[in-house]
Design a binder for this molecule. Structure first.
Ligand code: PLP
Length: 449
């Protein structure tokens, strides 16, 4: 390994980081990670901490998942690459499609279209939604509706349905025909409604209203995260997604469940849609599908949507999109091994249990630290929202969460900062002791403010 000075200097000189000002890394040195094991990461200075970020919501089985590593090694020896384009495929992609169809059978999803990551999955889902209507003779259905505060990746389609100005403004004009409704976020919403159930009804009514305004026959799909993630972890009331499902069905609109974070156990259920008792028409997955060890994703397709494509004899159903790495055999092998572990370890059950511990602990901290305006969570996705004044809910300045993060890191835990939110998304295999340590380091961070 090059020495730490070389790494720091050249990172500042040559690397542009996602979601950051290019000059930032010159003054604000990023933590350089060099090693990891179980749920811990080690930086270039040899400092080891629990990774309460779980990579980027993706290393659900931790860093020492030997079956996934071995599957990658073996596959590199057997068949390091072959595509799924026209007339070829590979054994691992086929086996994975079979396993995914079993895993997502309770969600009504049986076909897989493979991608190289979350943004790719979103793009494919949006395209398939439009094409589905076109095949059925409703080519006027081209628009999309989504939630404000939602995050759907960074490609132009995904950015267009994104509900956070930060990821949109620099790249406008985005795709026309994308509209947003208020998110069921109890802490901040335009209705000033703090009752989650009432708020769910108000947001559902806003969806109905927008559909009526646009004309149902112009709308292809509604896309949502079952629990808003990157926007700051905002679990809706359990009635929200079922209400959305009902409205979409009544209006012939497809429901795309963007489960790039929530699929495979993070909410405490095998999928986010299942968590809320909903069957989506399309589901976007990525991240934990390979435990983060290989870039990979899959769009899962409901039977009744697939039937429309497969029954078409006019030629309009040719899926004319895809990626060089769609169904990459190494990614597929990694995903097969990860899926086997996810099922064998029932990680969603641990996520539910440890999620309760984490959320309960964070709520306890809220009672002691004025700076915590709101605490939210579902399974192992939790957030603290920091405010300078609980009455006005004014967000704290940028430096406050960074200071908390730094102190927690020194005390042995990596947490993530997003605006005035501190986000927790640890591997789903964390133990009671790991969560206790995450809480105590967070307390250290809060005490440092
Ligand atoms: N959709 C959701 C809900 C996400 O959280 C993310 C990433 O965090 C994406 C899409 C984009 O995924 P990727 O970064 O793999 O392109």
């Amino acid at each position: 390994m090059k020495d730490s000075n070389f790494l720091k200097e050249n990172n500042a000189r040559h690397v542009w980081h996602p979601m950051a000002h290019p000059a930032d890394s010159q003054t604000n040195l990023p933590t350089i990670l060099t090693e990891a094991r179980d749920v811990r990461i080690t930086d270039v200075n040899g400092h080891e901490v629990i990774d309460a970020v779980g990579g980027l919501w993706n290393v659900n089985l931790g860093y020492s998942c030997e079956p996934v590593k071995q599957a990658i090694r073996d596959q590199l020896d057997a068949l390091p690459y072959y595509s799924l384009f026209r007339g070829t495929t590979n054994d691992k992609a086929i086996e994975l499609s079979y396993e995914l169809a079993q895993f997502f059978a309770p969600d009504g999803l049986s076909r897989a279209f493979f991608t190289s990551g979350g943004s790719d999955s979103v793009e494919v889902a949006l395209k398939l939604a439009r094409q589905y209507h076109r095949i059925r003779g409703e080519a006027s259905r081209t628009k999309f509706i989504s939630l404000k505060k939602g995050y759907h990746g960074t490609h132009f389609g995904g950015a267009s349905v994104n509900g956070n100005a930060k990821f949109r403004n620099a790249y406008e004009p985005l795709m026309p025909g994308c509209f947003h409704i208020p998110a069921p976020h109890t802490y901040r919403n335009p209705f000033n409604e703090s009752d989650p159930e009432k708020l769910a009804r108000l947001c559902a009514a806003a969806l109905k209203d927008e559909i009526a305004f646009q004309g149902a026959n112009t709308i292809a799909a509604f896309i949502m995260e079952p629990v808003l993630g990157a926007g700051g972890v905002m679990p809706p009331h359990p009635s929200f997604m079922p209400l959305v499902r009902e409205i979409c069905s009544k209006n012939g609109i497809l429901l795309i469940s963007d489960e790039v974070i929530t699929a495979f156990g993070r909410t405490g259920s095998e999928s986010g849609a299942r968590h809320w008792g909903v069957k989506p028409d399309l589901m976007c997955t990525a991240k934990a599908i390979t435990n983060g060890y290989f870039p990979f994703g899959a769009v899962m397709i409901a039977d009744h949507v697939a039937d429309v494509f497969e029954a078409d004899r006019t030629g309009t159903a040719s899926v004319d999109t895809g990626y060089t790495y769609s169904g990459h055999p190494v990614g597929a092998a990694a995903a097969l091994a990860a899926l086997a572990e996810i099922k064998a370890q029932k990680v969603h059950e641990n996520a539910a249990e440890r999620g309760k511990q984490l959320l309960g602990g964070l709520k306890g901290l809220q009672e002691r630290f004025e700076v915590i305006g709101d605490v939210r969570g579902e399974g192992l996705m939790c957030a603290l929202e920091l405010v300078s004044d609980r009455t006005t809910k004014d967000p704290v300045g940028k430096d406050i969460p960074m200071k908390l993060q730094q102190a927690a890191y020194e005390d042995g835990v990596m947490v993530r900062v997003s605006g005035n939110n501190v986000i927790f998304s640890p591997p789903l295999v964390v133990t009671e002791d790991h969560v206790a340590k995450i809480l105590s380091a967070t307390e250290t961070g809060l005490s440092a403010l």
